[in-house]
Write a protein that binds this ligand. Structure first.
Ligand SMILES: [Zn+2]
Length: 501
């Protein structure tokens, strides 16, 4: 009999009916069963983890995030997501500019729907707050930014639907181009990987699907070599990298147990907050329908290249008109359910579109965090009206149709406890998920979406010992009262809450 490295005992094991203990050996789950049985595997070196009734769950797998951005929010960006007014956002930018008098001042995460001013940041605001340095501030959705005059001077995109120089507003490609121009130096990016990893561990996240930016791969590799990467990262690189990946013959699954290339990400439309999500009917009280960023033929062609390259496509589609194009492109490209291609967000599908997502075997990669903008008086209702708001982010309809559902955060903010809380108690009750379905979608479902379900996502012998211990038992205690007490990656403790027992 081989002694265990670790024994968790005395608390419910998620997904293992009746079990209250498990053992870990060599970074993997060895056995699952009763405490009495498991404690027999104790040897002189075994570390015991008494649960005292707390639940142990598979490590959370955030199925859609922007990991380095999450790290930069901890280290580099001026955080604007928690501001309660436009005036406060400007104040934060002003004081950041004063404390680092050279180079870019980059704010992130503002959300005018939370501010009494109820309007976007504008060039004039930023010129007053940050007069001497280039400064931009990205809206929370990442599809729109406001820039000051010095920053706008670096924008090479022509005026038009994505560029409004008077207001200093850049959207979609124009916004991302400026963000690339203001990209932090390589060391800052490497530090951001480590910061994101620490932050993820504190939230119980042991794996992520990362919708990565250009050059992120280099930062990841260096962070991995230096030991700063302690989260399993499954990469979806920008679609522009597809020719390079194909030229190298880089196929899905290339990499290591911590860093894997999965595929590429493409965009069918923008976001509801920036009014760039492509809708069948116009935005409420307006004539605009948003913007389709790719139509079916071009997307189908890209999709075929992805399939030929042995990669996975993750395609961003929020509005119903964008989802129509993605489904048509999938038919044209002849996608197979075996390839598990993913629709990211899938916020406003019609019922018939969901039926087709199911029949084509596509994965629904959804973010319950977005429900923070749904419900009476909130941003989605304002932009879309009550009827469309009531059918946004239809998690329960996806489950009913047996669509593979993978939940994630989009980094808004990162944190499965928060996201699952919204999925369990959505503003529109028909979309409520059961605890089991919600946790599964944030573990097993996300692993499935990254072809990692044999290694990750459930607590079973042979799986990686990526585990999280909550502060209580969600079957007995309201979800919103729970914390993450402990996080383990491959049987190694990567997080311990300060006042955990
Ligand atoms: Zn995203």
């Amino acid at each position: 009999m081989m002694a265990a490295d670790l024994i968790f005992h005395g608390g419910p094991v998620f997904g293992a009916e009746g079990a209250d203990a498990l053992t870990v050996r060599c970074g993997r789950i060895a056995t699952v069963g009763s405490s009495a049985e498991m404690l027999r595997l104790k040897g002189p070196e075994t570390v015991l983890v008494p649960l005292h009734g707390r639940a142990v769950l598979p490590g959370f797998f955030d199925a859609h995030t922007h990991f380095i951005r999450v790290g930069l929010e901890q280290t580099f960006y001026v955080e604007l997501g928690t501001t309660s007014s436009l005036r406060e956002a400007l104040e934060r930018l002003r004081s950041a500019a004063a404390s680092r008098p050279e180079g870019w001042v980059v704010g992130r995460g503002w959300d005018e729907s939370r501010w009494p001013e109820k309007r976007y940041l504008e060039r004039g605001d930023l010129d007053r707050a940050v007069p001497r340095q280039p400064c931009y501030a990205m809206r929370v959705d990442g599809h729109m930014l406001a820039a000051n005059t010095l920053a706008l001077a670096r924008c090479t995109c022509p005026d038009g639907e994505f560029v409004d120089r008077d207001l200093g507003h850049l959207r979609e490609e124009a916004a991302w181009e400026l963000a690339r121009a203001a990209r932090p130096d390589p060391d800052t990016l490497i530090e951001a990987v480590a910061a994101a990893s620490r932050h993820a561990a504190s939230l119980g996240v042991t794996a992520v699907a990362d919708m990565a930016g250009p050059d992120d791969l280099t930062a990841y590799q260096t962070a991995l070599r230096r030991g700063g990467l302690r989260t399993r990262v499954f990469l979806y690189l920008p679609a522009d990298d597809l020719p390079a990946l194909s030229a190298l013959g880089m196929r899905r699954g290339f990499g290591s147990s911590l860093l894997t290339i999965q595929g590429v990400k493409a965009f069918a439309d923008g976001s509801i907050g920036a009014r760039t999500a492509a809708l069948g009917e116009p935005y409420r009280g307006e004539t605009g329908h948003g913007q389709l960023l790719t139509e079916r033929t071009a997307l189908a062609q890209r999709w075929r290249q992805v399939i030929e390259g042995g990669l996975q496509l993750a395609v961003h589609a929020i509005g119903d008109r964008a989802i129509v194009e993605v489904l048509a492109a999938a038919r044209l490209a002849g996608v197979s359910p075996l390839d598990r291609h993913r629709i990211e967000h899938l916020e406003l599908p019609a019922a018939a579109q969901l039926d087709e997502v199911a029949s084509q075997g596509l994965v629904a990669s959804m973010q319950p965090n977005f429900l923070q903008w749904s419900g009476p008086g909130r941003m989605y209702e304002d932009r879309l009206g009550r009827e469309r708001d009531a059918r946004i982010d239809p998690h329960a309809w996806a489950i009913e149709r047996r669509i593979p559902l993978a939940l994630g955060s989009d980094g808004m903010p990162m944190g499965p406890l928060y996201g699952i809380g919204l999925a369990l108690d959505p503003p529109h009750p028909p979309q409520r998920l059961t605890l089991t379905d919600a946790v599964r979608a944030y573990t097993e479902g996300a692993a499935y979406a990254a072809f990692a379900e044999r290694e990750l996502g459930t607590i079973a012998p042979g799986k990686r010992a990526d585990l999280v211990v909550l502060s209580g038992d969600p079957a007995r205690q309201p979800w919103r009262e729970l914390y993450v007490d402990l996080t383990f990656l491959a049987g190694e403790r990567v997080y311990l809450r300060d006042d955990a027992p």
